[in-house]
Design a protein around this ligand. Structure first.
Ligand SMILES: Cc1cc2nc3c(=O)[nH]c(=O)nc-3n(C[C@H](O)[C@H](O)[C@H](O)COP(=O)(O)OP(=O)(O)OC[C@H]3O[C@@H](n4cnc5c(N)ncnc54)[C@H](O)[C@@H]3O)c2cc1C
Length: 518
């Protein structure tokens, strides 16, 4: 039996016969059996998920369109009225997920002549990650959350837990679908200096595409009262680590300057801050941008300029794909009915993996929890770097937009959950403590709002921009980690190019092919 399954005489002899003839332990055989059974279970669940889609014959499609409903395998299918409003002359792209990524994708496709149907399961856009993040716009500065440095820190923090550790790992994450695939790929893709440098270079190239696209977006007037910071300061506790990171930036062509601290001794807050950090760099970018605001502006723009071509459906949740008997995706089934389209783009953040699973693809995306605090800018901070610049400290990031501070930080790789009491969790407590220690600012719990949110994190912290192999009209724009808003237009452009059949060299770094066992 094992021999047949392995299909390789030498491997069989090595793993099984050798061990048996020497009458040693059955460890090798057991490990093989374990791996094989894992493979079989994965194969079985993939087939089961794939087969739970809805397969329709020509006649059944005709019946559904005519009668507006159809019973198939004891499932009641409803025809969605949105299909009647479609212009058959132009291609329709169906986008699943109305966060900043789905909206940027919608704008890009509308600009290139597509008709777009965007579905969002909540009652409004950007109610998840795109509402609760750091609001830092920076398409270049990329310090992967998953790297040889952070993996080590996370495990150290796991073995010797301290209250102040800001990077953590919980074995609860193993309950997430695809967790082992994620873990395996994280160890494979993120544990060497060369992979670290490569990731920075890949993300810098994406940053360049983002910047080109962003220049066009600025002209559309989507950025009112945004980008008001004078630049971004990154502060490092250790000169050695700071120099290591800046060397990677230099190699990747990211422009920055090392700071002369004497320029920052005017304000008490600045003096105290700069005393604590021996190495500081500055990026001359205007980079505070409210992600939710940008989403709303993008939505309004699409509705105003493409009233016939753009449709958004709230409270509409993806359930499964509709395929014809050639296994070609022709539509999606939602809680509100069947929606037909020509192209489908999965932009559902963390939940993209549940959608891709239906097409037998394991997207290695893990929830990485973070906390954000919103507070008024204190009077005594006016005129300081807190007021004027975006700050990236090792433990937290801060932006100020229209006198509202957005403080974000902490990373906990865990299973997905939403806290009922985020202000009392360690992430928020660390941010409050850090504001006191670093800036001497007391955040009054009555006057702040606190949220926790899960970043969609891939094993190498690089985004997934890919066409699916077996269903070539389905695309994935997901796994943006901490860079979703900063890279949204670049990602939309790459997906558009993939949809046109163009796979440029710089796109390959973001293809699903970089992962194994998916
Ligand atoms: C603490 C923290 C700080 C961050 N700071 C920054 C920062 O400073 N700068 C930056 O650029 N990025 C930052 N990020 C990352 C950024 O917020 C995300 O990468 C980005 O918001 C992801 O956008 P999205 O549209 O993919 O996901 P989301 O905003 O989560 O949107 C996905 C949407 O899909 C919908 N959906 C899910 N399933 C379905 C379904 N079955 N059917 C229909 N709809 C569905 C959801 O309801 C949701 O609206 C931060 C993230 C965190 C957590």
């Amino acid at each position: 039996m094992i021999k047949k399954l392995i299909c390789n005489q030498k491997l069989y002899q090595f793993c099984v016969e050798q061990k048996i003839s020497k009458q040693k332990s059955k460890k090798g055989r057991n490990i093989l059996l374990f791996i094989l059974s894992l493979g079989l279970v994965q194969h079985y669940t993939k087939t089961r998920d794939y087969m739970s889609n809805i397969f329709l014959s020509e006649q059944e499609i005709y019946d559904l369109n005519k009668n507006k409903q159809l019973e198939i395998n004891k499932k009641q299918l409803k025809y969605h009225e949105i299909n009647l409003q479609k212009n058959k002359e132009i291609q329709t792209a169906v986008i699943i997920g109305g966060g900043i990524i789905g909206l940027s994708q919608a704008l890009k496709l509308l600009q290139h002549g597509y008709s777009v149907i965007l579905i969002e399961k909540e009652q409004f856009i950007s109610t998840k990650c795109s509402a609760f993040n750091g609001n830092i716009y920076n398409p270049y500065l990329f310090n992967p959350l998953i790297s040889k440095y952070s993996i080590k820190t996370m495990f150290d923090n796991y073995i010797n837990p301290t209250d102040s550790a800001t990077q953590r790992f919980s074995f609860g994450c193993l309950q997430e679908p695809g967790a082992l695939v994620w873990l395996f790929n994280a160890l494979r893709l993120s544990t060497s200096d060369s992979k670290f440098d490569q990731s920075i270079q890949d993300m810098t190239k994406l940053g360049q595409i983002q910047e080109q696209e962003f220049e066009k977006i600025k002209k559309l007037g989507l950025l009112e009262n945004q980008l008001t910071a004078e630049g971004e300061l990154s502060l490092y506790k250790s000169v050695e680590y700071g120099k290591r990171i800046s060397q990677s930036f230099k190699q990747a062509g990211v422009e920055f300057t090392e700071i002369d601290k004497t320029n920052y001794n005017q304000h008490e807050i600045d003096r105290q801050l700069f005393n604590n950090y021996p190495y500081v760099i500055k990026l001359d970018k205007e980079n505070n941008l409210d992600t939710k605001q940008l989403s709303i502006q993008t939505l309004k723009y699409c509705q105003k300029h493409y009233p016939d071509k753009f449709k958004i459906l709230y409270g509409t949740e993806f359930n499964e794909f509709i395929m014809n008997y050639n296994r070609y995706v022709i539509g999606i089934n939602t809680n509100k009915g069947v929606i037909y389209g020509n192209k489908f783009i999965i932009c559902a953040g963390l939940h993209s993996k549940y959608i891709a699973k239906k097409l037998a693809v394991t997207l290695p995306i893990m929830p990485c929890r973070g906390w954000i605090i919103e507070s008024e800018l204190p009077e005594n901070a006016k005129g300081s770097v807190l007021d004027k610049m975006v700050l990236k400290l090792p433990t937290l990031s801060i932006t100020n937009l229209n006198n509202k501070l957005r403080i974000s930080g902490c990373q906990l790789i865990d299973k997905e959950y939403k806290s009922d009491d985020p202000i009392n969790e360690w992430g928020a407590q660390i941010l409050i403590k850090q504001m006191k220690e670093q800036f001497n600012i007391d955040l009054d719990p009555q006057c702040i709002s606190v949220r926790d949110c899960c970043r969609p994190l891939t094993p190498d912290d690089k985004i997934i921009l890919s066409k699916l192999w077996f269903n070539k009209n389905v695309f994935v724009n997901a796994g943006h980690g901490s860079r979703g808003m900063s890279q949204c237009h670049g990602c939309a452009e790459i997906i558009y190019q993939l949809m046109q059949g163009k796979q440029k060299e710089e796109h390959v770094a973001f293809d699903l092919k970089r992962f194994l066992f998916i």
